[in-house]
Write a protein that binds this ligand. Structure first.
Ligand SMILES: *Cc1c(COP(=O)(O)O)cnc(C)c1O
Length: 397
């Protein structure tokens, strides 16, 4: 049996093997503490669940327009008008089965073989695979810890060549939690506008920023940039709705039309009842998100202090999302019970086996000198996990 090259070229998620091992250990009765979560540990707010239940009762259980129901698309336009001062018409909105699907649609209609895409590392791993699925070539730029893992304009500019079609921007960032300031974004925006390349702006963590920085969409810097940008967002992270699968894009009409046509032959509309829930999320009470954010901030601060107190670890203080990204290079060249440690993957394997703590090694995001630790888990979990990490790492030191 032969599979298509397209399928053979997809790398399985490197986070999954750790995750699978952690689950296997848990099922064998071990108490595993996991920092692997990529979703809020909160439940979806009741008023959003009620909107979905009401939609079921009202018989909203049929196909909807491919690119989404009117109330949801209008709510998305209104949100961007109020929060970003950006005017989009509902026809410029495409609602899909999660932001990941939105990203997929966007890349499928923009990219073809020979095109280059600039991706700053550490990056969210699906970007890389989605670029490859289009037959396009990723051009990866390593960011630096000293810059808070933020790409600087000169680095972006030097990576732009005649084949560059697209730059992928993700602020707040997964896995580093870094957030661009308005000034930093403005400087990148200038480079992007000057060279006329497209930008995908993944804004899925916009509601989770902790230091008072206001999220600004790169689309808002100039009318030209608005045309060059595909904004990607969704309800998964801000409203604890990862399972509902509602994401969306804002773009020019021709791009929106192309994505809608593509979607019409693949998934058609996203789930009808989830769309009603999504509309309730965007138009309803926003205080739940604020409460969640306050708790995330408390956890981040605790975890940041604890991690930096461990000899051999350095960790920058990220301002967004729900991840910390400590540097663990201090342990390379050492060993634990005869097992050498030369990468974050090696150290993660030891932590899982010996301390029963699961972390995601940086290899999953393009650089194996770091761990990603999620604080989308209980404070109790965080305390216990850090006690175990500290105890084990102190034995290695
Ligand atoms: C979680 C996540 C998404 C996708 O979220 P959906 O659940 O598909 O809406 C997109 N980008 C990044 C960086 C993420 O972490």
């Amino acid at each position: 049996m032969k599979l298509a090259d397209r399928a053979l070229n997809i790398s399985p998620s490197p986070t999954l093997s750790i995750d699978a091992k952690a689950k296997e250990m848990a099922s064998n009765g071990h108490k595993v503490v996991s920092f692997g979560a990529g979703e809020p540990d909160y439940d979806t707010p009741d008023h959003i669940k009620e909107a979905a239940i009401a939609a079921i009762r009202a018989g909203k259980t049929k196909y909807t327009p491919v690119t989404g129901i009117k109330v949801l698309k209008e709510a998305i336009c209104e949100k961007y008008r109020l929060e970003q001062g950006l005017e989009y018409k509902p026809e410029q909105v495409v609602v899909s089965a999660g932001a990941k699907h939105s990203l997929y649609n966007a890349m499928q209609v923009l990219l073809q073989p020979g095109d280059e895409v600039i991706l700053a590392a550490p990056y969210w791993v699906s970007y890389l695979e989605q670029i490859k699925l289009c037959g396009a070539t990723p051009r990866i730029i390593e960011t630096r810890e000293e810059n808070g893992f933020k790409l600087v304009p000169a680095e972006l500019e030097s990576a732009i060549g005649p084949r560059t079609r697209l730059f992928i921007l993700n602020s707040p960032n997964n896995p580093t939690g870094s957030v661009f300031t308005v000034e930093e974004l403005g400087a990148l925006a200038e480079v992007i506008e000057k060279h006329g390349i497209m930008v995908i702006s993944d804004e899925i963590y916009e509601k989770l920023i902790y230091n008072g920085i206001k999220h600004v969409s790169i689309a808002s810097f100039s009318p030209a940039l608005k045309e060059q940008t595909i904004v990607v967002n969704g309800v998964s992270k801000a409203y604890a709705m990862t399972g509902w699968r509602i994401g969306y894009t804002l773009s020019t009409l021709p791009i929106a039309k192309a994505m809608g046509d593509l979607q019409s032959h693949s998934t058609s509309n996203p789930t009808s009842i989830a769309q009603y829930a999504g509309a309730a999320a965007l138009t309803g009470d926003q205080s739940y998100t604020e409460q969640m954010k306050a708790e995330f901030l408390r956890r981040r601060n605790y975890m940041y202090e604890r991690l930096n107190a461990i000899e051999g670890i350095t960790c920058t203080r990220p301002n967004g999302a729900f991840y910390l990204y400590p540097n663990v290079k201090g342990f390379f060249g050492k060993s634990y019970q005869g097992v050498p440690i030369n990468s974050a993957t090696d150290l993660a394997a030891i932590l899982l086996k010996e301390a029963k703590v699961a972390v995601v090694p940086g290899i999953a995001f393009g650089n194996d000198n770091y761990f990603r630790l999620s604080y989308a888990c209980s404070m109790e979990n965080i305390r216990e996990g850090l006690d175990r990490i500290e105890e084990l790492l102190n034995k290695i030191n």
